[in-house]
Write a protein that binds this ligand. Structure first.
Ligand SMILES: [Zn+2]
Length: 59
């Protein structure tokens, strides 16, 4: 049951950034709830935040 999907790996949180951690926790909680649309929302928010706050990170 090892689901490794390199093509769709989640955006990693930047270490030490509270906003990244917050959004990542929200995404994880949504996934655990089975609320995939909310998880996708969180992923989009996280990516947008990272693009704005951590430019130059891997994308
Ligand atoms: Zn961040």
């Amino acid at each position: 049951m090892d689901r490794k999907a390199p093509a769709q790996r989640p955006t990693p949180a930047a270490p030490g950034c509270a906003e990244c951690v917050r959004l990542d926790n929200q995404r994880r909680a949504a996934e655990l709830d089975g609320d995939l649309s909310r998880a996708v929302d969180c992923r989009v928010l996280l990516r947008r935040h990272r693009a704005a706050a951590h430019p130059g990170g891997e994308q």
